[in-house]
Design a protein around this ligand. Structure first.
Ligand SMILES: *[C@@H]1O[C@H](CO)[C@@H](O)[C@H](O)[C@H]1NC(C)=O
Ligand SMILES: *[C@@H]1O[C@H](CO)[C@@H](O)[C@H](O)[C@H]1NC(C)=O
Ligand SMILES: *[C@@H]1O[C@H](CO)[C@@H](O)[C@H](O)[C@H]1NC(C)=O
Length: 402
């Protein structure tokens, strides 16, 4: 095992990571909305959008919650509107009530109705009480759900169809007749700042980084972490599809925490314009940081107006294109996947590719990390206490928020 080459600090950290990793499921909420919905084929689109908007993570991180699910047929009109990701997230977050309501509770509402807060309200983006939903037990036992800001608008309410999943008082999933319509949630975001916010996932998908956008969507915790920081400035470095393709087999071998670390490692805190990037020398801080402020980054070297990133493991990736630059977010394409830790399973003979050495290798730009790992199983880093700390602190962050 890789521990033999490391000092006691490394051993301690790795042990801590292992400990935390094994105990994590018990500490987190006991449910997984994706797994719950997986048994219901007609709710597949709803489930996909919860994942794509990062809401699945929020749901899994909470207890005492009710999800109002909509079947594929009734999701179609929403899908057809092609709302930007942020708006879609607002609309769907209106369908997550932050209280537990199952079939029995719906039909026994004191006074026949209740006002319930939603994740839209919790997001802080809902003006006034726009993130509240009224549940009303109407004549004939029909239960209606309507957003408070919808007023008496015809068709604003949706109706209870059936109970899909009940785990009192942790999570309940109720199917409703359609997507709730709310002016506040559907308005292109009410604050001008967020209205103009760049949809990085869209930019990547349309410009040759679709595979990386896919990794973000498929990695638990990634979207939520990015969303949390886009307001303050983020600079994405997305590896081109070809590099991600070569890396994917190795990526699949990694544990969930290592996958999250790899994905988060491709976004630097702060907005770097092309000009700023070309003239910057030194370290950029990535999204990985702990409560104490310790962060893990990579170095930027610029020569002749061309920037090269060098990872904590001394692998280089060239910045090949600017995909978008809209303060506070910028998206660049790079020609290799950056990994914050070494993949070698053998601590005594790790490959030691310095930046200059690896720069001279012609094949590296097609995903050198992926090719290197194909012959050896992923393991913990040799000189990667930094990487261990990264994964460790990522876990800490996951705990703190969950
Ligand atoms: C939730 O379940 C889905 C499908 O079973 C799985 O792919 C995903 O990794 C799970 N997420 C977590 C955080 O366990
Ligand atoms: C609710 O969650 C708690 C802890 O997260 C767990 O112990 C309990 O079994 C859960 N209840 C149900 C009905 O799933
Ligand atoms: C590690 O590398 C050394 C030298 O290349 C080799 O002799 C040894 O068998 C390797 N160990 C493992 C576990 O692969």
């Amino acid at each position: 095992m890789p521990l033999v080459g490391g000092g006691s600090v490394l051993a301690l950290l790795v042990a801590a990571v292992a400990l935390v990793a094994t105990s994590a499921p018990a500490c987190r909420a006991a449910h997984n909305i994706t797994a719950i919905l997986a048994g219901h084929r007609d709710l597949a689109e709803f489930s996909r959008e919860l994942t794509a908007t990062g809401l699945a993570d929020d749901i899994n991180g909470r207890n005492t919650i009710t999800v109002l699910a909509v079947d594929d047929a009734n999701m179609a009109p929403l899908k057809a509107r092609g709302l930007p990701r942020g708006t879609l997230r607002h609309v769907l977050s209106l369908h997550v009530l932050v209280d537990y309501y199952d079939d029995a509770k719906l039909h026994g509402l004191p006074g026949g109705s209740a006002d319930v807060s939603t994740l839209f309200q919790a997001s802080g983006d809902a003006p006034g009480s726009a993130g509240m939903v009224e549940i009303a037990d109407r004549r004939g036992g029909r239960v209606a759900f309507a957003p408070q800001d919808a007023g008496d608008a015809q068709g604003a309410a949706v109706f209870y169809v059936k109970s899909v999943h009940e785990a009192p008082y942790n999570i309940s999933v109720l199917q409703v007749s359609g997507v709730m319509s709310s002016p506040a949630a559907e308005a292109p975001s009410s604050s001008p700042e967020s209205a103009s916010r760049l949809d990085f996932s869209d930019v990547m998908s349309k410009n040759g980084c679709g595979r990386f956008a896919g990794l973000i969507a498929a990695t638990a915790g990634a979207s939520a972490a990015f969303d949390k920081h886009t307001r303050d400035g983020l600079t994405f470095f997305c590896p081109a599809d070809k590099a991600v393709e070569a890396f994917e087999p190795a990526f699949k071998e990694l544990g969930a925490d290592a996958r999250l670390a790899v994905v988060l490692y491709h976004a630097a805190l702060g907005h770097y314009s092309p000009q700023a990037l070309r003239t910057s020398h030194g370290d950029l801080t990535t999204l990985a940081s702990d409560d104490a402020g310790a962060t893990v980054g990579f170095a930027v070297h610029s020569v002749g107006g061309k920037a090269t990133l060098v990872s904590a493991t001394h692998k280089a990736a060239r910045v090949t294109r600017t995909l978008a630059d809209a303060d506070p977010v910028a998206v660049y394409m790079i020609d290799a996947v950056l990994v914050p830790f070494s993949f070698t399973a053998n601590a005594s003979s790790p490959p030691d590719l310095g930046p200059s050495e690896s720069d001279g290798r012609s094949g590296r730009k097609d995903g050198g990390d992926g090719r290197q790992t194909s012959s050896s199983a992923p393991g913990w880093p040799r000189r990667g206490w930094v990487a261990s700390a990264l994964v460790f602190t990522t876990l800490l962050a996951a705990f703190a928020s969950g």
